[in-house]
Design a binder for this molecule. Structure first.
Ligand code: GTP
Ligand code: MG
Length: 198
């Protein structure tokens, strides 16, 4: 499947104002600066669709994009942004958890992890919360262009081993670079397969 059209629909702070859940939806989450917005742009072949920045904390709203006029990609704010006030962090947390718990059309949440990092508690705790709340998710490792081939393999194997200390089964894993457009067709194929089930 090719992405032929990608259109911005709406930005929200309130999950109740999001588009009616009539078509399948896929959202992107992860630490600030991990590359969520860049991945949405790379997948949709449109550098200007989602706003990106070298500074963390760029995406602040729930952003819906309509793809091929048939399903949504959703760009979410990142978590773990150190420079944020406690109150702002709590507000973000509430916005994101309300969104995740209410979207009946959310087929899969893509949890992005920087491929250079070892498992961090903020991501692990978040994934535990997803599992407890039965929110389907997969992991996408990002920015592999910053690593050598050997380092990619080594880091991801170590990541899996660490996760297996806590998880009986690992989620599906995708390995990507938005910069070099790697691993994108696998994600599109995965989305296509799930969308047929909606
Ligand atoms: P927030 O909206 O702040 O939570 O960040 P985000 O997760 O949406 O990250 P964003 O897409 O804005 O990218 C953050 C920075 O990482 C930008 O400077 C991007 O150019 C860079 N970046 C994103 N993906 C890649 C990648 O695959 N490779 C490289 N080298 N840089 C990347
Ligand atoms: Mg962003």
């Amino acid at each position: 499947m090719e992405i032929k059209t990608a259109e911005f629909v709406i930005s929200n702070t309130n999950h109740r104002m999001c588009p009616a859940p009539e078509i399948a939806e896929y959202a992107f989450i992860g630490r600030s600066n991990v590359g969520k917005s860049s991945l949405i742009n790379a997948l949709s072949n449109n550098k200007k669709l989602a706003k990106t920045s070298a500074k963390p904390g760029k995406t602040k709203l729930i952003n819906h994009f309509l793809i091929n006029k048939s399903w949504y990609l959703v760009d979410l704010p990142g978590y773990g942004f150190a420079k944020q006030s406690k109150a702002k962090r709590a507000e973000f947390h509430e916005m994101i958890s309300n969104y995740l718990l209410s979207r009946t059309n959310l087929m899969c949440l893509f949890v992005l992890i920087d491929s250079r990092h070892s498992p961090q508690s903020i991501d692990q705790e978040f994934m535990q919360w997803l599992a407890e709340n039965k929110i389907p998710f997969v992991i996408i490792f990002t920015k592999i262009d910053k690593l050598t081939k050997n380092m990619i393999t080594k880091n991801i194997e170590e990541y899996k081993l660490e996760m297996l200390k806590q998880w009986s089964k690992l989620p599906e894993i995708f390995i990507t670079s938005s910069k070099e457009k790697k691993g994108l067709s696998e994600i599109i194929t995965y989305i296509k397969k799930l969308t047929l089930k909606y």
